[in-house]
Design a protein around this ligand. Structure first.
Ligand SMILES: [Zn+2]
Length: 86
């Protein structure tokens, strides 16, 4: 448990309309959402952590979330697998 959010953008996979991204072999990704990851590739492969945070704030804002709440939400992104530095 606790691992059911997209490891790129932090969206709960349960909220993903498609139920998750897809791996290169067509299977369902249990790590990434369909907005970030499809057919084994990231949609925004060149995003830095900061760019992803901006992107998330913008997406959440479009859904009606105040920017400050979006900002709070993205504070957790550095803990996600995609952004963790080994
Ligand atoms: Zn995602």
């Amino acid at each position: 448990m606790g691992n059911n959010v997209c490891q790129s953008c932090g969206m709960p996979l349960s909220k993903d309309a498609k139920g998750g991204g897809t791996n290169a072999d067509g299977s369902r990704s249990t790590k990434y959402c369909s907005l970030c990851y499809e057919d084994g590739k990231f949609h925004q492969p060149d995003f830095t952590l900061e760019e992803m945070q901006e992107f998330c704030i913008e997406q959440l804002h479009k859904k009606g979330m105040p920017r400050f709440m979006g900002w709070l939400f993205t504070r957790g992104l550095p803990r996600l697998e995609r952004w963790k530095t080994a």
